[in-house]
Design a protein around this ligand. Structure first.
Ligand SMILES: Cc1cc2nc3c(=O)[nH]c(=O)nc-3n(C[C@H](O)[C@H](O)[C@H](O)COP(=O)(O)OP(=O)(O)OC[C@H]3O[C@@H](n4cnc5c(N)ncnc54)[C@H](O)[C@@H]3O)c2cc1C
Length: 301
């Protein structure tokens, strides 16, 4: 080791340390909790300074640099920070989540262990009808007798599936044989009749850049409520962990909007005081509606 070796200390973030391992409850039986992390806002700045040269270390200048990186999509400094979550989530949410390939995942093995008798049933206010305008969305909440029947059916089916699972396994939750006189089906096969609302668990580790990419898609209004609920809890952990990057993320990504070239031309004409209508501006009716929605509320676009 050389005598002029740089002395380094591991960054610690008190606001995140205070919730390390603490589950943030999501849905009825789910949670997300931070298990570990590496780096902080300073790590992003430090990495950027390698490319831009040494600068001052004042917080408002760090904020300016982080805002600049976010605005100009200079992404690699954000990859210097990592975070690891433990998540308990329904299988149908896990199927959407696993599409995000830029993470490391280790899931609870239902080949090896017995799944708990825990399944998701939506709260009544989230029990909505199929949307008529958007095939990927929900309409008005179901009410009264219709809602009650749906909830009953969801519970009944899941309970029946779990009873079948136990019978196939011929084991109770602790692994003790129920009927020692007959063999149980292998765990890897017995699970196949369980419904998608049963809970699974995994460790999910990613870097700050890809976490923000995930959150920009899954904390967005277009994402299904159930995965959005997880993303919103994770946004809170982001705010604790890297407050400067979180603020820049809200400013330049979550609450910002991408506008097409034709859309910008419309805005320029509106600013110049011109009357602009959809048929003459070159935008399709759908693009026009989306642009008008963005101008009223960027998050809706
Ligand atoms: C509202 C919504 C609706 C959706 N609907 C559907 C649907 O109907 N059907 C469906 O199948 N999916 C659907 N998806 C999933 C979506 O298409 C993406 O698979 C998912 O959001 C993951 O995004 P990603 O690939 O950018 O993320 P990641 O996998 O984390 O990748 C991040 C980025 O890395 C790059 N990358 C990673 N891996 C590769 C690779 N192998 N090759 C090239 N580039 C790579 C890409 O640039 C990518 O954007 C939906 C997602 C959302 C948010």
């Amino acid at each position: 080791m050389t005598t002029d070796a740089e002395r380094l200390t591991r960054p610690r973030v008190e606001a995140l340390d205070s919730v390390l391992g603490v589950p943030f409850q999501v849905l009825d039986d789910g949670f997300v909790r931070v298990v570990d992390y590496m780096g902080d806002d300073g790590s992003v700045v430090q990495a950027a300074r390698v490319s831009y040269g040494a600068g001052t270390k004042r917080v408002h200048e760090d904020r300016g640099l982080i805002n600049y990186l976010m605005r100009h999509r200079h992404t690699t400094p954000f990859e210097m920070c990592e975070i690891k979550y433990h998540v308990k989530l329904p299988i149908f949410v896990a199927r959407q989540w696993i599409r995000h390939r830029t993470a490391n995942v280790n899931e609870y093995s239902a080949r090896y262990s017995i799944l708990d008798n825990e399944f998701y049933v939506p709260a009544p206010e989230h029990l909505a009808a199929q949307a008529t305008a958007n095939r990927q969305g929900r309409g008005a909440a179901l009410a009264g007798e219709t809602a009650r029947r749906v909830l009953d059916l969801l519970r009944r089916d899941a309970e029946r599936a779990y009873a079948g699972y136990t019978e196939l396994l011929n084991e109770d939750a602790s692994g003790t044989p129920i009927d020692p006189g007959r063999p149980g089906l292998a765990r890897e096969l017995a699970r196949m009749n369980l419904s998608l609302n049963f809970y699974t668990q995994w460790y999910w580790k990613t870097d700050l850049h890809n976490l923000m990419h995930f959150l920009s898609l899954r904390a967005d209004a277009h994402a299904q409520y159930e995965i959005r609920a997880y993303a919103e809890a994770m946004l809170e952990t982001l705010a604790r962990w890297v407050p400067l990057a979180h603020a820049a993320f809200l400013e330049y990504r979550m609450n910002a909007a991408a506008i097409s070239a034709k859309g910008l031309a419309v805005i320029r004409r509106l600013i110049a005081g011109e009357q602009v209508d959809q048929p003459s501006c070159g935008l399709s009716p759908r693009e026009w509606r989306e642009l008008m929605a963005v101008l009223q509320n960027p998050k809706s676009g």
